[in-house]
Design a protein around this ligand. Sequence first.
Ligand SMILES: Nc1nc2c(ncn2[C@@H]2O[C@H](COP(=O)(O)OP(=O)(O)OP(=O)(O)O)[C@@H](O)[C@H]2O)c(=O)[nH]1
Ligand SMILES: [Mg+2]
Length: 213
Amino acid sequence: MAQSRRAYYKELKKVIDASDVILQVLDARDPEGCRSHEIELTAQKSGKKVVQVLNKIDLVPPQNARAWQRHLRGEFPVVLFKATQQTQSSNLSSGVTLHKKSLVENAALVGKITSLSGAVGTENLLNILKNYARTSKDSKDKQVITVGVVGFPNVGKSSLINSMKRSKAAATGNQPGVTKVMQEIQLDKNIVLLDSPGVILSTNDQTNSLILR
Ligand SMILES: Nc1nc2c(ncn2[C@@H]2O[C@H](COP(=O)(O)OP(=O)(O)OP(=O)(O)O)[C@@H](O)[C@H]2O)c(=O)[nH]1
Ligand SMILES: [Mg+2]
């Protein structure tokens, strides 16, 4: 376990180093608890932009999500997000024509299925990234930016990437540790997303130095 932990740190460091923009994915149920101030500071110190994404907003009351958004907005752009989940439900909603009677009788279930399909926040996020791509200084005429997607295990980094890409480009799962190595996904001609393994950074963790220095 310690071995894989170390390997995950190395992959995370690779992602941070290679990125112009860091997307920190936070679980809307406990955004402060899964925030890494170290990553934010390191990124900002080296001139990288940081964007906070409050993911899984379908699991909290809307007013909570908005309160967290207001709290973080003083420092960072914040996007409220719900990723598409690659379960049978999303297949169902795309592939099955439901009988009118069953729609009425199973209203709750149908509601659940339709709420599972379709992501929320992709447009917003894309606009922010496109804006950075347009104004990026390093890449002059090419205006290509690399966006590192980082965050605690299981917060939905890979699901977010798939929702942005509108396909299953990155493996996801309901267990932490699904993503093990850095993965590059071309979103469009200007934006490259980097998926990273989830790593929990605590302030008194010695291994932090691996990432930050
Ligand atoms: N309800 C809900 N579930 C989500 C959302 N986004 C992701 N999930 C679920 O959360 C779990 C983890 O998603 P992943 O995308 O694999 O998370 P990850 O951050 O890439 O995880 P690691 O690669 O293991 O660090 C999966 O079961 C997803 O279906 C969301 O917006 N809402
Ligand atoms: Mg992942």
